[in-house]
Design a protein around this ligand. Structure first.
Ligand code: KG4
Length: 334
């Protein structure tokens, strides 16, 4: 089954062609990062307008690159939630029109389910059930993937997403937007014990909930204090200390969940899964615990449409299709 997949939830316009949920024929991505960099973050209206400008061209390019005709497409899948509403609307509307014109089913896909499904593309043998830590710019959650379309959130951030913590910290360090990759790069030259940063403690009943706003504030305070006191800021040291703090916070909770709930398969997904410290720490922890680790290659960690095509296939098999009244949503439970 050949699925034309559309992703437009934030600042990447993406179109892919995916066969049977596992084989990517083409994966076209147009990143708007340069358009937003000057503002230090994504500007929603600029994002929506840029999606509108490039989405049709990208779809044509995808068909050309894969060497398939419009008549070969069996269904159209799109991200319909969560995301910047104006941005998601563009992709949903394009997908609805394409499905109508081609006379094929329309499949709505939850963006985070898509991130998790990136692992099906990278690991053909991976099948549910497994535990998944989804870490991106807007979401951070620990998910019990019982089946392809039966997912239960075990814990989530109570405030900022891990990616937001990296992005806001990068801004105060003058590293630009998006900030995760520059912090990751800078951290490689730094001492991760240079600054003492808090390990977020979350009170309440759920031991798997997380928090990152205190960590972000601690980084901002250290940077401002150094500036006010005219002291030199050890930026590589601060970046390394931040990567360590975020990683320890994520790895500790996730491995505890794996052990307590008896999982022997752990997947990590989302843009922040590209972080080299987090990847290395999960590798070490999983090796020690005898847990099989699945982390997508860097290209499949960030937003892309191939992952939407992968999850779309399983949503279709479960009968989750939509009619032309499909809407877009800024927030949506997993
Ligand atoms: O999954 P994604 O592309 O978009 C969302 O669905 O949110 O994630 C984007 C986030 C941004 O916050 C970005 O700074 C972060 O992923 N990111 C990283 C790295 N590469 C991207 N964070 C830490 N280390 C990286 N190497």
């Amino acid at each position: 089954m050949l699925i034309l997949a559309i992703e437009s939830s934030c600042d990447e316009t993406a179109v892919a062609l995916v066969e049977d949920g596992r084989r990517v024929l083409t994966d076209q991505i147009f990143s708007q990062a340069d358009l937003h960099a000057v503002y230090g973050g994504v500007v929603p209206e600029i994002a929506a307008r840029s999606h509108l400008e490039v989405i049709s061209l990208l779809a044509d390019r995808a068909l050309d690159a894969a060497g398939v005709g419009r008549g070969d497409i069996d269904a159209v899948a799109c991200t319909y939630a969560p995301g910047l509403i104006g941005a998601v609307l563009v992709g949903v509307n394009f997908a609805k029109s394409a499905a109508l014109a081609l006379g094929v089913p329309l499949i709505p896909v939850h963006h985070i389910r898509g991130h998790i499904a990136a692992n099906y593309l990278a690991y053909p043998d991976l099948t549910p059930p497994f535990l998944c830590l989804a870490i991106s710019g807007g979401n951070t959650m620990l998910v019990d993937v019982r089946d392809y379309t039966d997912l239960r959130v075990l814990g989530r951030t109570r405030d900022d997403a891990a990616g937001e913590c990296f992005d806001k910290s990068a801004r105060v360090l003058g590293l630009g937007y998006p900030g995760g990759k520059p912090i990751d790069d800078l951290a490689k030259q730094g001492d991760d014990t240079r600054y003492e940063l808090p390990r977020p403690y979350v009170s309440g009943e759920n031991p798997y909930d997380m928090s990152f706003s205190g960590l972000k504030t601690a980084v901002i305070n250290i940077a401002h204090h150094a500036e006010q006191m005219s002291q030199a800021l050890d930026k590589p040291g601060l970046a390394a200390s931040l990567c360590r703090a975020v990683s320890e916070s994520l790895v500790g909770r996730t491995m505890a969940a794996a052990q307590e709930l008896g999982y022997d398969k752990l997947a990590v997904a989302g843009g922040v899964a590209a972080n080299s410290r987090i990847r290395a720490d999960f590798e070490a922890a999983c090796r020690k615990a005898g847990v099989a680790l699945y982390v997508p290659p860097l290209r499949l960690c960030g937003d892309n449409a191939a992952m939407i095509g992968a999850q779309g296939y399983y949503e279709f098999l479960a009968g989750h299709t939509a009619d032309s009244s499909l809407n877009a949503y800024a927030t949506m439970e997993l």
